[in-house]
Design a protein around this ligand. Structure first.
Ligand SMILES: *[C@@H]1O[C@H](CO)[C@@H](O)[C@H](O)[C@H]1NC(C)=O
Length: 230
């Protein structure tokens, strides 16, 4: 898997330079013309779930791209993504997670037989796949790169913080078990999962690996994958 790792380093370095470039350009363009900047960001973001999320309007998140908190959060995510260990066709890392009762368990404990394990699309594919949501570090914490008009969640300092933040998710009834990453953030790191990422795991192997969100977060791709493999 050595060349996989090399690809991770190279693509992360490339992405970082790209992001910094875009960031500086947007900052300048916002000084010149805020309305044109808004058009550009919305255009760039057409494929991004944030732009389609009815809970947020552009003003809640658009301007944060030229902020230090964005650069800091995105850089941290990229830095941690260097530790990823989940590659299509390779072993699925059986990382430590914590269930909502606060008990330690691990991702592979949620496999039943050899059915693919996975998040979302639960209703449509519940009879062929098992679904699991692993709640990892908060991407938009109030004390980090926050959106306006979002739920207030500070970055978790303790496991209790993380469990109570995940409780908000449980209340939305995801129709599948929710576990949280251990405070070492081992699942987020090995799965390169920050800020969010979709996987299909099957028979202990990584069968599908989405690109990381929000740009790469693509439930439709997973749907297509599951339909093909049903
Ligand atoms: C794991 O993530 C949390 C944020 O949710 C952070 O506060 C903590 O320092 C991280 N742990 C490690 C070991 O990096």
């Amino acid at each position: 898997m050595a060349w996989h790792r090399l690809m991770v380093y190279l693509s992360t370095a490339g992405l970082f330079c790209f992001m910094m470039g875009i960031n500086v350009l947007l900052f300048i363009s916002h000084l010149i013309s805020p309305s044109l900047t808004k058009k550009i960001i919305l255009k760039l973001g057409e494929r991004v779930t944030t732009t389609q999320n009815p809970n947020f309007k552009y003003e809640d998140w658009g301007l944060t791209f030229s902020s230090f908190a964005f650069v800091k959060t995105a850089s941290q995510h990229m830095w941690l993504s260097l530790g990823q260990d989940a590659f299509v066709g390779g072993e699925a890392p059986d990382t430590l997670v914590v269930n909502m009762e606060g008990k330690q368990t691990s991702i592979c404990n949620y496999f039943k037989g050899n059915r693919p394990l996975f998040k979302q699309l639960v209703k449509d594919f519940g009879d062929v796949a098992d679904f699991l949501v692993v709640y990892v570090a908060e991407a938009h914490s109030t004390d980090g790169w926050a959106f306006a008009n979002n739920i207030d969640i500070n970055q978790h300092k303790t496991l209790e913080d993380r469990l109570s933040a995940a409780q908000i998710l449980v209340e939305k009834e995801p129709l599948c078990p929710v576990v949280v990453d251990d405070m070492s953030n081992v699942s987020a790191i090995k799965y390169g999962a920050l800020p969010e990422r979709l996987y299909v795991l099957q028979a202990g192997k990584v069968a599908y690996k989405g690109t990381n969100g929000p740009w790469g977060y693509n439930p439709m791709e997973v749907r297509t994958f599951l339909e093909k493999n049903e």
